[in-house]
Design a protein around this ligand. Structure first.
Ligand SMILES: [Zn+2]
Ligand SMILES: [Zn+2]
Length: 265
């Protein structure tokens, strides 16, 4: 077991930054970049939405609740897919939506359930390294959330879905409507949320401006190619991905072309 006595204590586990008037982004800066997912909180007139919930190292709800415009506003929690860095806090929300293909994994996570490197499946470690991520240290975190935190106590809880989202469904926040796109490739039940009115896409891990992971369990390059073509056909203005900084249409095309070259499309 790694000795954590020399690890610093993080004063705040989540960082929060403003994306635009209605949207904030949460991040876990002390998590290794590989598993450091972007989470987006979107305020609506009728209800709010949280897109993905991080690693579940500490509760996220205390960070999310104050972001609502109205106290006690209903919060819809959408999981873009069910990898460890996207569903950690899902059990903290009453409304939990996911694609049906990954509902089982969200209820009982099985792919990865540790923040200790030596407990991670070596095949996954190989996949992460070959995708272009920096090597992992002994832990997936470089600070502790509080004094006395024991990394061995970490558990990805998951939670059963309370509703399912499929291609063409709408997540309605009152004044804003997001269309659900099924975008498999990185995972079989990956979904993205597209606001037609503005061209904003919340992409999850279907596309982001960093090393994409497409060779692991449940992943498919063939599906990924279809997904990329589907995204290219949409009138997208800005992409808020599951990792790394947001980007515009031009960058979207560059990323797609880069992977098409890698995949020989
Ligand atoms: Zn991710
Ligand atoms: Zn992922």
């Amino acid at each position: 077991m790694p000795d954590v006595s020399h690890y610093p204590i993080a004063p705040d586990w989540f960082s929060i930054s403003r994306v635009d008037d209605t949207t904030d982004m949460l991040l876990e800066p002390h998590v290794h970049v590989l598993e450091q997912a972007n989470m987006f909180f979107v305020r609506g007139s009728e209800r709010d939405m949280i897109i993905d919930t991080g690693m579940g190292i500490v509760p996220i709800a205390p960070y999310v609740d104050p972001l609502s415009a109205k106290p006690h506003s209903e919060i819809v929690c959408v999981s873009t897919h069910t990898h460890i860095d996207h569903i950690g806090g899902v059990h903290e929300f009453d409304i939990r939506l996911v694609h049906p293909i990954e509902a089982g994994e969200m209820a009982a996570p099985s792919i990865m359930n540790t923040i200790i490197r030596d407990e991670i499946d070596p095949k996954l470690l190989e996949l992460f390294a070959s995708s272009g991520y920096p090597p992992l240290d002994e832990l997936l975190i470089n600070a502790l959330p509080h004094e006395g935190y024991d990394p061995a106590s970490y558990k990805l809880k998951g939670a059963p879905a309370t509703g399912l989202l499929e291609e063409g469904d709408t997540v309605d926040l009152g004044d804003r409507q997001f269309t659900v796109l099924h975008v498999p490739g990185h995972s079989p039940g990956s979904i993205a949320l597209f606001e037609e009115k503005t061209g904003i896409l919340f992409a999850g891990d279907a596309i982001y401006d960093g090393p994409l992971i497409y060779n692991g369990p449940g992943m498919s390059v063939d599906d990924y190619v279809v997904t990329m073509k589907k995204l290219q056909a949409l009138d997208i203005t800005i992409v808020h991905g599951g990792h790394d900084p947001s980007f515009d249409r031009k960058r979207l095309d560059e990323i797609v072309e880069k992977y098409f070259r890698i995949w020989g499309v």
